[in-house]
Design a protein around this ligand. Sequence first.
Ligand code: AMP
Length: 405
Amino acid sequence: MNFKELGLCPEILQAIEDLGYEDATPIQIKAIPAILKGRDMVGSAQTGTGKTAAFALPALHRLAKPGGCRALALAPTRELAIQIEENFRKYGKYLGLKMALLYGGVKYGKQLEELGNKPDIIVATPGRLLDHIQQGNLSLGKIEILILDEVDRMLDMGFVEDVTKIINKTPRSRQTLLFSATIPDAVVRLSKWALDNPAEAKIDIKISAAETVSHALYPVPAIQKFDLLVALLNNIKFESLIIFFQTRRGTDKISHWLTEHGQDVRVLHSDLKQRDRMSALQDFKDGKVKILSATDVASRGLDISNVTHVINYDVPQHAEDYIHRIGRTGRARTEGEAFTLCKPEELPLVESVEKLLGNPLPRKFVDDFAYREAPESLVPTGAVVSKKRNRSFGKQVSFGSRKRR
Ligand code: AMP
């Protein structure tokens, strides 16, 4: 389906044409008509499905002309807020609407300037938005469209009170659009409270990752994890690779060791200054550095294209995070590989991931690596995978055997 058929105005259609989008994606086909009609919406879709355009295009269409602060998009992380704002700018470039981007960790100057220009659209993270409201820099009294993006993440990060406060400061007559990769009970509760008879658009795991990512689990004794990582990096041909870690400390420590082993690595986690986060991400996106070490801050929402490999140094604590992490690779139909290093203690976490996927992760071993214990016995295959495949995730994740690069 093309965008004209969805009923978007000419200025937006021109911007979409400039970007070279040809057809609307499934989430856009489902969401745009309902949002244009003014309906509230619960969209369950992850990044990579085109979900930002699914809410930004109809929101821009409904705002149409400059007229004061009428739309607010909330995002859990600064990086995601930046990305959403960039998209609003691109899609709305022929509409003359003004934007303000508000997030923490940076000075207030530029943000105050943007607020002083009477923006039509605010994109913000919750904490800094509340700071601005408390300081009297803006009011949400005229908000017509409220967008809550990556809500599951927002709640995981402990923003529930802030988000509730913010929602309470917007008019009840608003249109509310809630997007979340997963819909756990807390998200259901929030949507029941904040939304009015919402339309629903559900898109399961991003198809491109499913079709093009191959997965492998590398069992290894705990003490040899770092050595195995080095061996893997030496064995594979990668253009751009993200290594995910559970903790900020782990990210720093292992990245430091990798640097000592001659690898060029940049680090992305939430303890860093915003300036450093942005420059790490930019260098990685520009291809100046091939390896990005990150905590889950980077696993959600970020549209980083052309990542050829993802390595999970730790098995994710929450099975859903596995999906989000591997979602960084195999985008836009390029092939990707997702490797997970696993010490025996992490077996229960592997089992949760396999349950969610509905498939065992194929075990692989690095040839010529001097394992201290026979790796075959460390993490048994597919211990508790249910026979019934998980309908929301497993059916679209392919595990076909592929030749090694
Ligand atoms: P998102 O899921 O919003 O992060 O979007 C993922 C990527 O898909 C972004 O780089 C968008 O620019 C791109 N995109 C969104 N909608 C379309 C479309 N209809 N056709 C082609 N690319 C798109």
